[in-house]
Design a protein around this ligand. Sequence first.
Ligand code: SF4
Ligand code: SF4
Length: 224
Amino acid sequence: MFITRRSFFRYCTLSAAALGLGPTQLGLLREALANPAAPSVVWLIGSACTGCVGTCASFGGIPASGSNPSHCMGVQRFTGRSTINISGCPANPDWVVWAIVQLLTGTPVALDEDSRPSALYTTSHVGAPEEPFIHNKCGRNPGVTNLAPATSFGQNGLCLRDLGCRGPNTKSRCEASWNGIGGHLAGQPHPGHWCIGVNANCHGCVEKTFPGPESFFEYYNPNP
Ligand code: SF4
Ligand code: SF4
């Protein structure tokens, strides 16, 4: 797919809030894209750091699960190179664009313990501390609702932990993505279209433990 610099910049401008790009960074991006010496194609793998998109590239993901007869593994483990892991199954496209903008503007990217950008997974876009676990940002958290957990699917508003939800073990900012922006708080009329917002389980798709041998629909114990 061919994307012009103009189209890329227009997309970043229109989606600035979702991408976490402020006026300063948009200005830097405009300069970077206007530079005649700017690359027409961004080869992430040719950078000092390789960009991995998706949980398979980041950690092995589904191809590395089970008996893994083809010995699949993440790029970092296979190559021994530093990587920026944009994990997710699928990876959030806004996060991929965000990472490209950081590289184009020469902005350093702080990474978490799994080489994922902290700004996308464990802090706010501007690096402010934020509760990292999905569980603590979920409107169905029994600590907030004082309601007993769900015993079967379809019981609206009840916690799905006993039915396999991995929110307590998953660090991610999905509540600020997947059209969930601004609508993820308990009591708000529009819950957003992230997994929790549509009353589903979190499967922990951004984690290196995904998918693992455990059932998605039974209580999840990451250290059985
Ligand atoms: S549904 Fe999942 S994320 Fe929400 S409170 Fe229950 S275990 Fe936590
Ligand atoms: S809420 Fe969980 S399963 Fe859904 S996209 Fe985020 S990490 Fe993946």
